[in-house]
Design a protein around this ligand. Sequence first.
Ligand code: FAD
Length: 478
Amino acid sequence: MSDLILFWHRRDLRIADNTGLAAARERTRKVVGLFCLDPNILERDDIAAVRVSYLIGSLAALQKRYESVGSQLLILHGNPTQAIPALADTLKAHSVFWNWDVEPYSHERDTKIIGALKEKGIGFIEKNWDQILHTPEEISTGSKAPYTVYSPFWKNWSSKPKAQPVATLSDAEGLTEAELEIARIAGVKELPSATDLGFVWDGGMSIEPGEVAALERLEEFAYNAINSYKEDRNFPSINGTSRLSAALKFGVIGVRTVWKTTLDAMENSRSEETEISIRTWQQEIAWREFYQHAMYHFPELAEGAFRETFKNFPWQTNEKYYQAWCEGKTGYPIVDAAMRQMNELGWMHNRCRMIVASFFTKDLLLDPRLGEKYFMQRLIDGDLSANNGGWQWSASSGMDPKPVRIFNPASQAQKFDAEAEYIREWVPELRSVDTEYLVTGKITPLERDALGYPQPIVDHNKQQRIFKEIYQRQKGAI
Ligand code: FAD
C-alpha cells in the first residue's frame, strides 16, 4: 500500500481553507484530488443547466489549482459507491478523505462507501465537517434539542468562537505517469463540458466560477457593499448583496475565510452603521447554517411540511397558474420581473424570492414543493437546505414563529422598487408605463392588451382571503 490519499471533493471545490484536504496534507505529500460526476444527481429532474455550468467551470479552475501545487484532480463519471472504492483499490491508495455533508442522499451514499472501503482495507477520514462554522451537534438548546427557531439559534451560534481558515494545499505530489495510466484504465476521464453532459445554458453566466473569482468577489464585497448591506440588500435594482451563494453552495470558497473577512471588515469599520451592516450579513451566513442544521436533524423536511397544519394542506392544482408563474406572465409586474430575472440569469434577488414564493403559495395556492423544484431547475445556487428553508418559510409550513405571512406584491414593489427600475429592467414591454401604475400593478386592461402584457391571473385580495380560510380550517382539524 502506498502513502497516497485520494481527496474526494463534493461541496468543497477549492484547495484553500479546506479542513479535510488540510488533514490529508498533514499526513502525506501525496494528496490527489478526485471528483465524481454522479448520475444519481445529474440525472435528477431538478438540475439547472446554469448550476452544472458553474460546477464544471469551478472544476476546471480546481484542476489548475491542483496543477499549481504539483498534483492533479481526477475526474470519474459513475456511481461513487462503486467507482471510488474501485479506483482507490486499483491505485493502492492508503485512504480516501472527504468532508461531511448535511443532505440525506449524502448520508446514504457515504455510509455505503465507508462499508466498501472497509471491505477493501482502505482507510477513510471519520466524519469531518468543513462547509459550516459549527457542527449540528455543537449548537443545541438547553435541553440538547436542535433549534427550530432562528433567533435563539443565532444567539447561541454567534456567541461561540469560530475556527480560523486552515492551510491551503501546497507542495503536494501527484500521480506518476504510470499511475495516471492505471487511473485512466480504471475510468478516470477528461473533464467534460456541461454540454457534453446534456446541459445547455445559453443565458448569461452572471457569476464567474472558480476559487480565485470567488475570493476576489468576497474581497470586493467586503471592501464596499457590505458596509451598506443592511439597507441596500432589500432593493433588487441595487447590486447590494455578495452574490456568493453559488460559491458557498459548492464550497468554492471556505466559510472560515468568509467569516474572517467579516471580522476584518468589522475591525476596519468606522461607524456603528457599518458595523450593523456587517452584522446583518453575518446573520445571513447564520441563516445558511440554520437551514443546514435543520436538514441534518430533520431530513424529512426534504419531503414536505415541518408544521403539522401544513402536512395535509389542500394545495390546488392549476397548470395554467403554474405555467404563468414560471414564465413570468402572471400580470403582477414585480412577480414577473423576478421570475424573468431567474429564467435569464439563473439567480434571483432574495427579496424577490420571498415575493414570488409567497405569491405561489398564498395567491396561487399551489403546492410549495412544485415551486421549490422549479427554483432548483433554474438557480445557479440551488441548494436543498437553503431552498427548502426559504420555501417552507414563505409557505408558512416551516420553522418560522409567525403563523402566516402573506406578501402583498403591490406594497412590496412600492417599498422595495419604488422607482420601478427593477420592473422596467426585466419586463421591457412595461417600460413606458408610469411608475405609479407599475408598482401598484394598476395598469388598465386596455393598456395591458395594447402593450402585450397579461391581465392579472388572480385577484390578490380575494386569494389571500381564501388562503386564510383554508388555513383556519386546517388548523381547526388538527
Ligand atoms: P447575500 O445577501 O450576500 O447573503 C450571503 C450568503 O448568505 C448567501 O450567499 C447565502 O449563502 C446565505 N444566505 C443569505 N440569505 C439566506 C437565506 N435566507 N437562507 C439561507 N442562506 C442564506 N439560497 C441559496 O443559496 N440557495 C437556494 O436554493 C436558495 N433558495 C431560496 C428560496 C427562497 C424561496 C428564498 C426566500 C430564499 C432562498 N435562498 C437560497 C436564500 C437567498 O435568497 C440567497 O442565498 C441569496 O439571495 C443569494 O444571494 P447573495 O449571495 O447575494 O446573498
